[in-house]
Write a new protein. Structure first.
Length: 61
C-alpha cells in the first residue's frame, strides 16, 4: 500500500509540473486537445496506456 501511495504521489508531481513550468503553453495545448475528435483522444489514451503497461512489464521482467 505504501508503494501504491508513493506512485500516486509521483504521478501527481509529473502531472503538475507542466502547469507550473509553462502555464501559457499548457492552456494552448489543452485548447487544442478540447478541439480534437473523441476517437483521436481515445487512440492517444490507448497508446499511452499501452506504453505504460509495456514499461511496467519490462521493468518487472
Amino acid at each position: 500500500m505504501k508503494l501504491f501511495i508513493l506512485l500516486i504521489g509521483m504521478v501527481l508531481i509529473f502531472e503538475g509540473l507542466p502547469y507550473v513550468a509553462a502555464p501559457e503553453s499548457m492552456q494552448a495545448w489543452l485548447k487544442k486537445i478540447s478541439e480534437m475528435r473523441p476517437e483521436q483522444l481515445r487512440t492517444m489514451g490507448f497508446v499511452a496506456m499501452t506504453v505504460g503497461l509495456l514499461l511496467c512489464w519490462i521493468i518487472q521482467g
